[in-house]
Write a protein that binds this ligand. Structure first.
Ligand code: CP3
Length: 323
């Protein structure tokens, strides 16, 4: 999950050698190294590529930069900018990411999976329209109502370039592809279908048309019941659940015993001790069928290494030494 490395001293050491975060993402040796670090330390079953969902806007010709304490920043896109996006070659302009993928795959043990990823078109569009993260995405939602054609064009540009991006990652050695739709919350079912389901289905159609048969996971975070339509209509192989999801009820509602992933509260991981132990046990007790243990959202930078290790041990052996 995003920011996973920030609690690791070995991550911070490599991070300090990069000029800035975007440069870091485009440095295959460094990015490959930090992708592998958590696997070395914790022996988890899968590694996630070190990159960011906001690299595709760069491929499309937009500037993205990170400001300490403020997060990602972009120049808010306008209706006329949308017709000037450089869709052709967008995925080629971020090709150092595929180099990272092949470097990781070459070093990662054959028993471990490598997860490649992109952002969901709607989530990436919210950053492009608003110029930064915001709590309610009001500006992006109003843009979708007021400029439906421009919005559809933007989502289409993102779907085309993200599909190319995933195809390159799969061809470079990613075993699983994941689509992070982090801002799927608070959308009416109609908007959800238009802004989330249709563009995601477009990505998956394109990836499959390129002959890629690898599993594709979707993470429509906070989507509530809309997540069920997402599971049925997009063509995903598996779904990730945010912290707010009751894993027993979700299992019963998902189509065809669909594999799911989730959903430990990242704040329980921060608190540790008995709180964390109970939270891990609840996920284990309530999830059933094909289940991949994971957090419900990103790892906070203040978690203790001992607690991450304890979670892994708990899942594997039934108990862990929480602190
Ligand atoms: O954690 C990993 O190393 C896996 C790779 C990964 C990153 N970002 C690296 C990263 C993944 C899968 C992401 C996805 C991502 N990026 C999402 C979707 C998932 C989610 O958490 O909702 C989103 C919304 C982003 C955009 C983004 N990138 C934000 C909001 C931030 C936080 C900025 C801040 O100042 O807090 C980032 C930065 C980022 N992406 C970091 C990492 C490791 C932290 C960079 C650092 O300071 O070292």
């Amino acid at each position: 999950m995003r920011q996973a490395g920030r609690h690791l001293p070995e991550y911070l050491e490599v991070r300090a050698t990069a000029k800035n975060f975007i440069d870091f993402c485009f440095s295959p040796d460094k990015a490959a190294e930090v992708t592998l670090q958590p696997i070395r330390r914790y022996d988890m079953d899968a590694a996630i590529l070190f990159a960011d969902i906001l690299l595709i806007p760069i491929g499309l010709g937009r500037d993205v930069w990170f400001v300490k304490g403020k997060g990602p920043q972009l120049n808010p896109i306008t209706v006329s900018d949308i017709s000037n996006l450089s869709i052709d070659g967008a995925a080629d302009r971020v090709s150092s990411v595929y180099e990272t993928v092949s470097k990781v795959r070459a070093k990662l043990d054959g028993s471990k999976a490598l997860i490649g990823f992109c952002g969901g078109p709607w989530t990436v569009a919210t950053y492009m329209i608003e110029g930064q993260g915001s709590p309610k995405k009001e500006k992006a939602k109003c843009f979708a109502y007021e400029n439906p054609e421009a919005m559809d064009d933007l989502l289409k540009a993102l779907a085309i370039s993200s599909a190319e991006y995933l195809i390159h990652q799969a061809n470079a050695g990613a075993d699983v592809l994941k689509i992070f739709e982090s801002w799927a919350e608070g959308l009416s079912p109609e908007l959800f279908e238009r802004l989330v389901i249709n563009p995601t289905a477009e990505i998956i159609k394109r990836v499959r048309a390129a002959g890629i048969t690898k599993p594709i996971m979707g993470f429509p975070r906070g989507a509530g019941l809309n997540a069920l339509e997402y599971a049925k209509m997009t063509g995903i192989t598996a779904i990730a659940a945010g912290t707010d999801t009751p894993m027993d009820k979700f299992r019963d509602a998902l189509p065809n015993n669909m594999p799911y992933q989730g959903n430990l509260d990242p704040l329980a991981l921060r608190i540790g001790g008995d709180v964390l132990k109970r939270a891990v046990q609840t996920v284990l007790d309530t999830a059933s069928g094909p289940h991949i243990f994971n957090l419900g959202h990103g790892v906070t930078p203040d978690v203790k290494i001992e607690n991450v290790q304890a979670v892994v041990n708990h899942i594997r052996t039934g108990d862990g030494d929480y602190v």
